[in-house]
Design a protein around this ligand. Structure first.
Ligand code: FMN
Length: 165
C-alpha cells in the first residue's frame, strides 16, 4: 500500500450502520410529513429523504423503509401530500415519527384528490404517485406534483446531526 493508502486507512471509518447513519446525519435537510388517506383512515410519516427530481414534468421523490408498519397502505395509494414543515412545527415532526400516530387533532385542510394538507406548513405539495422503485431496504416514491401551496413569510424546520435547527 502506498503512503496515500496508509493515510486513507487511518482517517476513513468502517462502513457499518452506525458510521453510515452518522455520516448521513451531517447532511442538513428540511423535514416533511408525507400524508395519505386510505378509505377514511389518515396516515402521516415524518420524512427527510425528500428531494426534487425534475422540473418538466414536475417530479419529486422520497423513500420509505420497507419495514415500515404502514408501507402496504402507502404502496397502494394513488395520491399523497408532502407537507414541508416550518420552524414552529417540530412537535408535528416528532408526532409523525411515532408508530401509528393519531391524526384526529391535526389541523388539516382538504386537498383536491381525497388528500389532506397540514396547515401552517412552509409549503404543501399535492402529488400523484408516478412510480415506485424498490432498492435496498427502502422504496423510492417518485411523485408528480399536481397542486402547490407555499408561504413566503415562514421559516423552515431543518434537521442536522439528528437534531432540529
Ligand atoms: C427527521 C426524521 C426524518 C425521517 N425520515 C424518514 C424517511 O425519509 N424515510 C423513512 O422511512 N422514515 C423516516 N423517518 C422515520 C419515520 O418517520 C418513522 O419514525 C417510522 O417510519 C415509524 O415507524 P413505522 O413506519 O413503522 O410506523 C424519519 C424520522 C425523523 C425523525
Amino acid at each position: 500500500m502506498d503512503w496515500l493508502g496508509v493515510y486513507a486507512e487511518k482517517i476513513m471509518k468502517k462502513v457499518n450502520i452506525k458510521n453510515f447513519k452518522k455520516s448521513l446525519s451531517k447532511f442538513t435537510t428540511g423535514v416533511t410529513v408525507v400524508c395519505i388517506k386510505d378509505d377514511n383512515e389518515v396516515y402521516g410519516k415524518t420524512v427527510n429523504s425528500f428531494n426534487s427530481l425534475s422540473l418538466d414534468p414536475p417530479l419529486v421523490l422520497f423513500s420509505l423503509g420497507n419495514y415500515s408498519s404502514s408501507i402496504e397502505t402507502y404502496l397502494k395509494s394513488k395520491f399523497l401530500t408532502i407537507n414541508i414543515l416550518s420552524k414552529t412545527q417540530e412537535n408535528i415532526s416528532d408526532h409523525f415519527s411515532k408508530k401509528n400516530p393519531d391524526t384526529n387533532n391535526i389541523d388539516f385542510i382538504e386537498g383536491k384528490h381525497n388528500t389532506l394538507l397540514i396547515n401552517g406548513c412552509i409549503a404543501n405539495l399535492e402529488c400523484k404517485i408516478a412510480d415506485k422503485i424498490k432498492k435496498g431496504d427502502h422504496i423510492i416514491f417518485i411523485c408528480e406534483v399536481i397542486n402547490i401551496r407555499y408561504d413566503d413569510n415562514l421559516k423552515p424546520l431543518s434537521y442536522y446531526n439528528s437534531e432540529y435547527n
